[in-house]
Structures are given as structure tokens and as C-alpha cells.
Write a protein that binds this ligand. Structure first.
Ligand SMILES: Nc1ncnc2c1ncn2[C@@H]1O[C@H](COP(=O)(O)OP(=O)(O)O)[C@@H](O)[C@H]1O
Ligand SMILES: [Mg+2]
Length: 313
């Protein structure tokens, strides 16, 4: 069953000034839909366009970064969507990106595997690395990069072909013909995505006939068949019912350790249940980043507390 999430569609878009520097809309009103907390401090500084340093908890310094992001800006034409984002994505861990709709979560996620290259007028500045290699370097083969950094979107997007062909798609692109190898990768990937038992007897049936939750696990199987170093998940459960959502969350838990996962979620419970680290974004800035338990139970900034306790957003 598919449910449309209206919150995900609504956007708290700051209309930037022509210089792209200042979000014009007052975050005090943008951010308090339905809430009562006065917004000040960090948010006011952000809305005045002042430079702002992320509150990064010290535990992150002990992590081994698979992706490094340094002072990363992104503009869509004249509109700036990311402002000096600096963070690492810890290897083998699940990191959740949270924040109000329109704060730049998807933009940041898409920047990591350069999906934003496909959008006209996008300009980036700053540095991103994958295992120390520049992601935005001139010599980077973007197709190869996207194999190393797989992505799963909000709406499951299986290709209109069989379950089997969906899973081994990246190997077909690479020209792999060894049937035994293809069969093996198909089985391992479907097992890895917790889908094997449900589909092993109908691998040749069309993937579009699967349920939404199965389709999303198939997309995860397709992503892991390429043996990525990082998995990007953009609200992977937002189109799914609670049971299918639970299965994806279990799956994320099982992938922990084998994969480094950066996941956008608008669901606070999901972030607290599934992630090791949580990064709170607001108006294109990374506000606070730390162990999930601390972000939810003892955040360092009042603004983070207001958001995770549902006082705004
Ligand atoms: N393709 C695009 N072209 C122009 N502006 C965009 C595009 N995608 C997103 N934006 C803008 O960038 C900002 C961040 O959007 P997005 O990354 O989608 O936020 P989130 O995922 O947190 O809801 C918003 O102001 C949005 O309107
Ligand atoms: Mg988004």
C-alpha cells in the first residue's frame, strides 16, 4: 500500500536574496508552524546570514570517516541551498539526516554521489571525499562513483524488468556474462536485502508486480549488488505502510557494519531507532551532529532540542 506523505511535499523554502546569502523568510515563522517555542540564538544568527559553526560532538572524532565533507556550499542557480556544511560519515555506521522540510537534506545526500550534477544550474563549492579521494575532482568517473556510492530514493523505482534483472543490473552494465556469478550475486543481494525467501520462486516475474515494500527492498538489493562503499537512503520508508517500514528498518539494522549508511528521515522515531549518529539541519546549515542518543536525549543546543521534541518543524 502506498500512502502519500504530505509533509514530505510541503516545503519551508527560504527564498534567498539575489546574492544567495540571506534566507529572506524569518525562521521564527517558517519554523514554528504549530509550535510555540520562541526561536532565537542559533536560528537568528543563521537567518541574519552570520557564519555559523556546527556543534559537532566529540565522539565523531574517534570515527573512521568513509565520506568527508568540508565547507560544502551548493547553489541552485541564484538560490543557495547548502551553506558551509562540514561533517564526516563514519564507516560502518548508520547516520541519519533530520531537519524541517526544505532544509537541504536531499540536496546534501544527492551531493555525495553527484546526483545534483544532473540538475541544470547547480554550482558547488568546498570539498567532499570518499575514502580520501576527491568526489568533485575533475578526473572522477561519475558512473564509477555512483557504483561506489549507491542510492535509494523515497519512491521505490524498480526497472520494468524481472526481479532477477533488476538485482544484477549493475553487473549487466559492466558486461558480466558468467551466469553462475550473476546467479550468486542475485541470491546474495536478495538475501542481504531480506527478500530472498519471498521471491526466490519468481525471480523472472516483473518487479513492478511486487508490493511497495518489496520494491523498496529490491532497490536496496540492486544497490548492494554493486558492492557500494556507501549507501544513501532518502526517506526510504516515506511511501511505505508501517509493516513494510518495519522491514526496511530491520534491514538497515542488519546492513549496519557491512555498509556505511547515510539516511534522510523525517521520522524522529525512525532516526532514534535505526541510526548511530544524527545530524540536524536547518536552512541549509548543519546545526548539530552527534551520537543519536545524545541528539535526542541531551542535545547541546536548545534549537536541536526544540526540533527533536516536536516543538517546531
Ligand atoms: N532541483 C531543484 N532546483 C531548485 N531548487 C531546489 C531543487 N531541489 C531542491 N531545491 C531547493 O533547495 C532547498 C532544499 O531542498 P531539499 O534538499 O529538497 O530539502 P529537504 O530534502 O530537506 O526537504 C529547498 O529550498 C528547495 O526548494
Ligand atoms: Mg528531501
Amino acid at each position: 500500500m502506498f500512502t502519500q506523505n504530505s509533509k514530505m511535499e510541503e516545503e519551508l523554502t527560504p527564498h534567498s536574496d539575489p546574492s544567495g546569502k540571506l534566507p529572506a523568510r524569518d525562521p521564527g515563522t517558517a519554523a514554528t508552524t504549530g509550535g510555540t517555542a520562541p526561536i532565537g540564538g542559533v536560528f537568528e544568527a543563521i537567518s541574519r546570514g552570520e557564519s555559523f559553526v556546527t556543534e559537532t560532538h566529540e565522539e565523531l572524532a574517534a570515527e573512521d570517516p568513509v565520506v568527508g565533507i568540508e565547507d560544502f556550499d551548493l547553489h541552485y542557480g541564484a538560490t543557495q541551498a547548502l551553506f558551509g556544511v562540514s561533517m564526516c560519515v563514519p564507516r560502518g555506521k548508520v547516520t541519519a539526516l533530520i531537519g524541517p522540510s526544505g532544509c537541504g537534506k536531499s540536496t546534501l545526500l544527492r551531493s555525495v554521489n553527484r546526483m545534483n550534477d544532473l540538475i541544470d544550474g547547480v554550482q558547488t563549492d568546498g570539498k567532499m571525499t570518499l575514502n580520501g579521494d576527491s568526489i568533485y575532482g575533475r578526473k572522477v568517473d561519475v558512473i564509477e562513483l555512483r557504483k561506489r556510492i549507491g542510492m535509494v530514493f523515497q519512491k521505490p523505482n524498480p526497472f520494468p524488468m524481472s526481479i532477477y534483472e533488476n538485482v544484477i543490473y549493475s553487473l549487466r552494465i559492466d558486461g558480466v556474462r558468467d551466469k553462475n556469478l550473476l546467479d550468486e550475486v542475485c541470491e546474495l543481494s536478495l538475501k542481504g536485502a531480506g527478500l530472498w525467501d519471498e521471491v526466490k520462486d519468481r525471480l523472472n516475474s516483473n518487479a513492478l508486480r511486487m508490493s511497495g515494500g518489496q520494491q523498496q527492498r529490491l532497490c536496496i538489493a540492486r544497490a548492494i549488488a554493486a558492492e557500494p562503499e556507501v549507501l544513501l537512503l532518502d526517506e526510504p520508508c516515506s511511501a511505505l505502510d508501517p509493516i513494510a517500514t518495519g522491514k526496511i528498518e530491520d534491514l538497515i539494522d542488519q546492513l549496519r557494519g557491512h555498509y556505511s549508511i547515510l539516511m534522510v528521515t523525517h521520522n524522529m522515531q525512525q532516526a532514534s531507532r535505526t541510526s548511530d549518529y544524527t545530524a540536524f539541519m536547518y536552512l541549509g546549515r548543519l546545526v548539530e551532529y552527534g551520537p543519536t542518543g545524545e541528539i535526542f536525549m541531551q542535545p547541546k543546543l536548545r534549537e536541536t532540542e526544540d526540533y527533536v521534541t516536536g516543538r517546531f518543524g
